[in-house]
Design a protein around this ligand. Structure first.
Ligand SMILES: *[C@@H]1O[C@H](CO)[C@@H](O)[C@H](O)[C@H]1NC(C)=O
Ligand SMILES: *[C@@H]1O[C@H](CO)[C@@H](O)[C@H](O)[C@H]1NC(C)=O
Ligand SMILES: *[C@@H]1O[C@H](CO)[C@@H](O)[C@H](O)[C@H]1NC(C)=O
Ligand SMILES: *[C@@H]1O[C@H](CO)[C@@H](O)[C@H](O)[C@H]1NC(C)=O
Ligand SMILES: [Zn+2]
Length: 472
């Protein structure tokens, strides 16, 4: 590469190679990509040391074992639950004992919803007890339950076409899985759309890539001007069966009972720990995962894995006696599942310093064998991240994909801060997501070692480079 042209704020900068520094229009010295490339290449030995420690050395399996200890002991960590607050206190102690700096809790008010007792029994065309999970924020049914005929649809469009048939019925959505982002609309808006056409309740096919008769819960949202109706997810198997029954002309009747209830908001915390920067302590690289989970399974995968490889990244860097120029800040978010409640609060109180956030990172799509990093940022920042990912050649995890994202870091990304998330096998992730199957059994210590090494190398190098990542 001889020279590179970058476009930012509509101005084309010609960045010369050579030894001279190109000067941008603000008169600030701008380093060429070639110089940055050489700087990043100089981290090769550090990257190898991190990889060796995490994957082959003394820290092997540590993130997995730490995670197992927490989630086997505490269990799932629903927003508003005692389990979540117990986990936060344990993590606070863990991070202190690990010798990390500035360990503290930042208060947040979070929602408190409980599913209570729930059941769904098909009464016609045959008796069949169905596996269900009420959706987060759903109201319950009256104590005697709701008994009603079913209308099965496969899309919102079909519901609109058949609106006159929906009144007084339980709407069952049997939407096919396309992608999580597209299909989750049915979980989020299914009850509102069904209520608009007069339904008494709605049951949504679980948003999952794979099913062994497993319901997958998650958040749903009511709308102020639409009546609230109870809503739950059902298994892919039952949704498909009801579609077949309906196409055979069978009348389907379900008795639904849900004891779901919303209580007043409760006190919780984002959990924070740092390795304070040696040269630019006010500048930050944030690494994160969320500590809360749904109330089923153990929340080991979503997002125990992400939270614990984030902690592991700081542990690895500390073990190697490294201190980056910028502050490396670990945040374990609270109440992500209810819509990034902890992260929203954090953004509100820290955004005054947004100009000093170099990169925000969140792992919340699994910590299986990573295929690379998803990244959102300027073209120049992306070119830099590609160089950083070259350092992970020994692990063969070098790809930089588009769309760095995470419910908790999106606040910063939307405001222009570069953002990165770990990319792995999403098919596997959404097979277990928000279900009773989200346990330590789906976690793999060797894969977590590699995920932690990737997370540590990326966060350390970006925190230690001479300059912050350039923005658009
Ligand atoms: C780490 O886990 C792997 C897979 O379970 C196992 O083979 C290996 O012995 C473990 N290493 C240590 C140090 O416990
Ligand atoms: C903003 O950054 C400064 C250091 O530059 C620090 O002293 C201050 O506490 C930060 N404020 C918040 C709200 O994070
Ligand atoms: C960001 O950090 C610089 C020093 O690196 C400092 O001068 C500036 O005040 C900080 N900005 C904010 C908003 O804290
Ligand atoms: C390295 O990763 C690429 C892309 O993820 C994959 O296609 C290839 O098989 C991997 N090579 C090895 C040796 O694992
Ligand atoms: Zn999650």
């Amino acid at each position: 590469m001889k020279f590179l042209i970058f476009t930012f704020v509509g101005v084309v900068h010609l960045l010369s190679l050579g030894s001279g520094k190109a000067v941008c229009k603000h008169g600030i010295t701008q380093r060429t990509l070639q110089e940055i490339k050489e700087e990043i290449a100089s981290y090769e030995d550090v990257a190898k040391a991190i990889i060796n420690l995490a994957v082959y050395g003394k820290a092997q399996n540590r993130s997995y074992e730490r995670l197992a200890l927490l989630v086997d002991t505490v269990g799932p960590r629903l927003s508003g639950s005692e389990n979540l607050e117990k986990a936060i206190q344990i993590m606070y102690q863990n991070l202190k004992q690990n010798g990390l700096e500035n360990v503290h809790l930042e208060p947040v008010k979070i929602p408190h919803w409980e599913r209570g007792e729930e059941s769904a029994v098909m009464l016609a065309p045959r008796i069949h007890k169905m596996a269900i999970l009420g959706l987060g924020s759903s109201i319950g049914t009256p104590p005697e339950g709701i008994t009603a005929e079913v209308l099965v649809v496969t899309s919102f469009a079909e519901l609109q076409r058949r609106a006159p048939e929906a009144k007084g019925k339980i709407v069952v959505y049997n939407q096919p899985y396309v992608s999580y982002a597209m299909t989750v609309e049915y979980r989020v808006r299914g009850a509102v759309e069904a209520a608009k056409v007069g339904a008494l309740a709605s049951l949504i096919r679980s948003v999952a890539t794979f099913s062994i008769y497993s319901p997958h819960t998650g958040m749903q949202e009511y709308q102020d001007d639409v009546p609230k109706i109870p809503t739950a997810c059902i298994t892919v198997e039952d949704a498909e069966m009801m579609s077949r029954m309906a196409s055979h002309g069978n009348k389907i009747v379900i008795h639904l009972r849900m004891g779901a209830k919303t209580y007043p908001d409760t006190d919780s915390f984002n959990t924070v720990a740092e390795i304070t920067g040696s040269k630019y302590p006010e500048q930050v690289v944030l690494v994160s995962g969320h500590l809360d989970s749904w109330d089923v399974g153990q929340g080991a995968m979503d997002d125990g894995g992400g939270a614990f490889i984030s902690w592991e990244a700081l542990s690895l860097i500390k073990d190697l006696g490294l201190r980056p120029k910028r502050t490396l800040r670990l945040v374990l978010w609270t109440a992500e599942e209810q819509g990034g409640i902890g992260a929203s609060q954090y953004y509100q109180s820290h955004k005054v310093n947004i100009s000093n956030y170099s990169l925000v990172m969140e792992s919340d799509s699994g910590t299986f064998l990573p295929t690379g990093l998803q990244f959102t940022g300027s073209d120049k920042a992306r070119a830099i991240m590609k160089e950083v990912m070259h350092l992970l050649q020994p692990l063969n995890v070098t790809q930089v994909f588009s769309d760095g994202e995470g419910v908790d870091i999106n606040f910063w990304i939307q405001a222009g801060v570069p953002g990165a998330s770990l990319r792995d096998d999403l098919y596997k992730y959404f097979a277990f997501h928000h279900s009773h199957g989200d346990t330590m059994t789906v976690m793999d210590p060797k894969q977590m070692n590699i995920a932690a090494a990737v997370w540590a190398v990326v966060s350390y190098v970006v925190a230690d480079m001479e300059e912050m990542l350039p923005r658009s």
